[in-house]
Design a protein around this ligand. Structure first.
Ligand code: GLC
Length: 532
């Protein structure tokens, strides 16, 4: 592999939602000791880095995304010693560790907020976003919380409102204040000095708000099923130009350490998304590309999305792709079981760093959650709209024993009903399983520079297909994905011949190919082109 590429460019990232991965101490909630137990599985799968959702002390109003101390570990997950042991063991296996960092807001239980809300003139009085009431006593402007209702909460002690982009238990920090920036950079330094390889930065496009607190305009595309939080466009409370200055400070810090990276969580249209690479590489290393999560599963749209993204990337911008995460419905539920293999091949053969969500390699689907079982505050605040995130956070399915080997205690969220069939042990034994397909795809990226770092070129193969070439030096691979239930004959045109390197069925490897290729319904193949 060429040394001019970094680990976060060549590698595959695996997201662990720590509450749901493996319980090591029998309390029904996953923890760091549990992750340690499963490192051999991750090494076997072949992933290069793990990103762990927040493990800091937190009242858990938003399951860890409400941090009350940035430089410690929640006892539910373990201790700093457990963390150091996990990091060392991951490194010993050649795996990197990316921490989730949540800079936009703290918990309302964070000592900074306690101090800030105590008076209008304490040293931290402007560490959060405080505003006087509107003349009628109501909120200062119309900004909404992403979790429903107004984004402003009145505080009687200060006689002012504070802004919270999410829950009222998650007050937004005032990132225009240099002291806040310094404190958060110190927290990042704490983990960098401990040896973490990077950060996934939570809602990074939210950090800076409009200086004048202008009202947000109406969203012309709003429909009630989207949830009240979509009634307005987030014009003035997100994606403000000055956000790039604070990201540049984070980047400068990371650049003082060798081989570190940050990936930013950003839900924006592609032309806005790519601005987060920064000018002259002063931005995040990777702004998460969520196109495949947000769009309809349609080959015409997917081809257009890939082309648009490739064209929009700045010269220094390395691409990346995501199929699922802890905030969205599972890929298996969005596209259906019949197309999970196609989705896997797409994710792992497109140009750029793939991030895969724990359990997607098994085809884990959304788990139905009854109203009594709901944990997610988003579902509690806006029930019945299908916005709830619990279904995609169910415990990992390791084997067919009680609670799928996740825990000896009742898990914090219900297990999938099908875990006796859909689990790591069963799929590891079946050489044609989805798990083996993921593993082979991941390993192929190690074997073929064309896949890991090669160029991308669209290959037109019919309306129902997504096709592309990946090329590097003398390596030339053709990826063909059939999005139709029906068989398709693909004319290879001047590509003439080659052999199948991998098929989604895992049954056609080595098959010679010449001039035309027959694909089954929902089949994908990687062809090694050898005659042209
Ligand atoms: C991010 C997280 C999500 C969380 C929110 C507020 O979007 O991914 O889980 O609820 O930020 O911190």
């Amino acid at each position: 592999m060429l040394k001019k590429h970094q680990w976060w460019q060549e590698g595959v990232v695996y997201q662990i939602y720590p509450r749901s991965f493996q319980d090591g101490n029998g309390d029904g909630v996953g923890d760091l000791a549990g992750i340690r137990q499963r490192l051999d599985y991750l090494a076997w799968l072949g992933v290069d880095a793990i990103w762990i959702s927040p493990i800091y002390p937190s009242p858990m109003a938003d399951f860890g995304y409400d941090v009350s101390n940035y430089t410690d570990i929640h006892p539910l997950f373990g201790t700093l010693d457990d963390f150091d042991a996990l990091l060392a063991e991951a490194h010993a296996r050649g795996m990197r560790l990316i921490l989730d960092f949540v800079p936009n807001h703290t918990s309302d239980q964070h000592p900074w907020f306690a101090e800030s809300r105590a008076s209008r003139d304490n040293p931290k009085h402007d560490w959060y976003i405080w505003r006087d009431p509107a003349p009628d006593g109501g909120p200062p402007n119309n900004w909404l919380s992403s979790f429903g209702g107004s984004g402003w909460q009145y505080d009687a002690t200060r006689g002012q409102y504070y802004y919270h982009a999410f829950l009222k238990e998650q007050p937004d920090l005032n990132w225009r204040n240099p002291a806040v920036q310094d404190a958060m950079l110190d927290a990042m330094r704490f983990w960098l000095d401990r040896g973490v390889d990077g950060f996934r930065i939570d809602v990074i496009w939210h950090l800076i708000k409009d200086e004048d607190f202008r009202h947000n305009p109406d969203n012309p595309e709003y429909e009630a099923h989207m949830g009240e939080h979509r009634r307005l466009l987030s014009t003035y409370n997100t994606d403000r130009p000055e956000v790039h200055d604070v990201i540049a400070r984070m980047r400068e810090l990371l650049d003082h350490y060798p081989d570190r990276m940050m990936v930013g969580e950003i839900y924006l249209p592609v032309e806005r998304l790519v601005t987060y690479y920064g000018t002259g590489a002063g931005g995040v290393h990777l702004p998460f590309n969520f196109q495949l999560i947000g769009m309809a599963w349609d080959p015409v749209l997917i081809r257009a999305a890939i082309d648009q993204y490739e064209a929009a990337l700045p010269p220094h911008g390395w691409p990346n792709w995501v199929l699922g995460n802890h905030d969205n419905h599972r890929i298996a539920s969005r596209v259906g079981a019949a197309q999970t293999r196609l989705a896997a091949m797409l994710l792992l053969t497109l140009r750029g760093t793939p991030t895969l969500y724990y359990g997607d390699e098994l085809g884990m689907a959304d788990v139905p959650i009854s109203p009594q079982q709901v944990q997610d505050p988003l579902e509690k605040n806006m029930p019945g709209l299908g916005l709830g995130r619990d279904p995609a956070r169910s415990p990992m399915q390791w084997d067919d024993s009680v609670n799928a080997g996740f825990s000896t205690a009742e898990p914090w969220l219900p297990m999938a009903a099908d875990y006796r069939d859909v689990n790591v042990r069963a799929q590891a034994r079946d050489p044609h399983s989805l798990l083996h397909l993921y593993r082979k795809l991941i390993h192929l990226r190690d074997d073929w520079d064309a896949l890991a770092i090669g160029r991308y070129r669209g290959f037109s193969a019919g309306a129902q297909l997504v096709g592309y070439l990946r090329e590097h030096e003398n390596e030339r691979l053709l990826v063909l994905l059939n999005f139709d239930t029906a068989q398709q004959v693909v004319d290879l045109g001047d590509l003439l011949c080659g052999e199948i390197l991998l098929s989604t069925s895992l049954k056609r490897e080595g098959e010679p190919v010449a001039q035309t290729l027959l694909l089954d319904g929902f089949e994908g193949v990687i062809v090694r082109a050898s005659c042209n």
